[in-house]
Design a protein around this ligand. Structure first.
Ligand code: 5CA
Ligand code: ZN
Length: 474
């Protein structure tokens, strides 16, 4: 049996890179920094994950697609937005050998591509709300260390939603609806996270406020895996997006946008994987069940039973393969574990005589089950496995968040995970916390009912109910 070359998950960075390669998710050898290639099997996983996003958005949003290139004249309209992105934009300056009259930006995100069109699309209150999304590639000339799936210069799988409403309150409600959709999305991926309202100095450029979802990676650093932004009328005033209200007056619309990228797949791999390889949730695994025939005698009979079983499981809607290769069972087990397949069925001649099979879950649980009603048994184990994965991941996240009373404590805690400290909410104290602790303020917990122990700002000592989550971030 081949021995695992995968480094221990304790060495998270090495482990992560090896898993992307051995698990055939991403090939990082493409000769442009920050741009990677999806292996076909990685892309199959990506497709299932993005099908899930579509399933959650489609009931209340329409999918669309806008151009990649944005004229400089549109891009340069919104002052704050430009300031936030100008160092990250790639520019197209030539068509062939001729310089362009108007430079074209490769979208780093699509507000400035979409909103000039919204100005044309929105006429009256009857056109509202308008809710669209697209799944496209975007380009950001990131200057921080790039990492596959995590910090890319070509984000290949940028899902961005953009909505338009009559009032600020309706837009704020849409932000909450978006957060609920993302919560459900990550629940189905069994990935726990924290909601935080980003501090004013870290909100999306051009927004009133930003709410982020952060998960905790194995090394204790956090990864922002989604954001929802309340844009208010900021872009509407710049792009002149108005609607005629019921009194016949023109009013500026209120907007939101929210996005996730392939970071969701980075989180999926990092949160669930182990020293044997990928561990994929049943909900998105490209192969949900692998059947491994145990072939030493009565080979044909065993194979026939396995093939018939495969048909049965496929008919029940499962993504199932049968490994008929000549490798020894041990090698096959190793191979499919590396790929993260949630459930393995082993069947040999003796099992067939007894009317049973061995069911092995990717989390190590193994049981002998009757062949009758195997569809039901597998589905029940799959549901249980999905729940067990979420519970385990949630317990890990919970263990990584701690209340801290002093800067010293917070310093130590942010080396291991997330610190929660009292914060009066002022920018001055926020910056002082970041400087003294050496970690980022993720923001105030959002939608969190948990009560804190301390009731005063860790910097100025003022009495406060407010608090901040601190972490070292990816
Ligand atoms: N227009 C808004 C909402 S779509 C926007 O661009 N928001 S964002 O800047 O926060 O990006 C949305 C999400 O994309 C982030 O929460 C983060 O999870 C992901 N993301 C941002 N930059 C990168 C990058 N360089 N590589 C991979 N993912 C990224
Ligand atoms: Zn303070």
């Amino acid at each position: 049996m081949t021995e695992s070359k995968i480094p221990s998950k304790e060495n998270f960075s090495e482990w992560y890179h090896e898993l992307l390669k051995a698990g055939e998710i991403i090939d990082v050898r493409y000769p442009v920094k920050g741009m990677c290639v999806w292996y076909p099997s990685g892309f199959a996983l990506r497709r299932n994950v993005y099908d899930l996003i579509r399933e959650l958005l489609d009931p209340d949003h329409q999918e669309t697609q806008f151009p990649l290139l944005i004229p400089e004249t549109e891009f340069m309209k919104e002052a704050e937005h430009i300031k936030g992105f100008e160092d990250e934009v790639y520019w197209v300056t030539h068509g062939g050998t001729s310089p362009l009259d108007i430079k074209l930006a490769l979208r780093p995100t699509s507000e400035t591509a979409i909103y000039p069109m919204f100005k044309l699309w929105v006429r009256s209150h009857a056109d509202l709300p308008l809710k669209i999304y697209q799944i496209v590639n975007t380009f950001r000339y990131e200057t921080k260390h790039t990492r596959p799936l995590i910090r890319l210069r070509e984000i290949t799988s940028f899902k961005e939603a953009h909505t338009v409403h009559a009032t600020w309150e309706e837009a704020a409600e849409q932000v909450e609806a978006a957060l609920s959709i993302y919560a459900e999305f990550y629940r189905r991926l069994a990935i726990p996270f924290l909601f935080a309202k980003r501090p004013s100095w870290d909100k999306f450029p051009g927004s009133d406020y930003s709410i982020a979802l952060d998960t905790v990676m194995p090394d204790g650093r956090t990864l922002q895996i989604g954001t929802a932004h309340l844009l208010g009328t900021n872009f509407a005033t710049t792009y002149g997006i108005t609607y005629e209200n019921t009194e016949g007056e023109q009013e500026f619309v209120n907007q939101t946008c929210y996005g996730v990228s392939e970071r969701c797949i980075a989180a999926l791999i990092s949160v669930h994987g182990d020293d044997k390889g990928l561990v994929l949730p049943w909900s998105v695994a490209p192969v949900q069940v692998v059947i491994v025939p145990i072939l030493f005698k009565e080979k044909e009979m065993t194979l026939e039973v396995c093939r018939a079983l495969k048909e049965r499981l496929a008919a029940a809607g499962m993504r199932v393969v049968i490994d008929e290769s000549d490798e020894r069972p041990g090698s096959k087990f190793y191979k499919w574990e590396l790929k993260g397949v949630p459930i393995r069925i082993e069947i040999g001649p003796r099992d067939i005589k007894n009317g049973v099979a061995v069911l092995a879950r990717r989390d190590g649980k193994k049981l002998t089950v009757p062949l009758d009603d195997l569809e039901k048994t597998i589905q029940a184990e799959a549901d249980d496995l999905q729940e067990a994965m979420l519970a385990k991941a949630q317990a890990f996240l919970d263990s990584k968040v701690k209340d801290c009373e002093t800067i010293e404590e917070a310093k130590e805690q942010t080396l291991a995970g997330v610190a929660r400290v009292g914060w009066c909410g002022s920018e001055v104290c926020g910056h002082a916390i970041e400087d003294e602790v050496g970690a980022a303020v993720l923001g105030e917990p959002w939608r969190s009912e948990e009560k804190r122990l301390t009731r005063h700002c860790i910097v100025c000592g003022a009495n406060t109910e407010g608090c901040a989550l601190l972490a070292r971030q990816y």
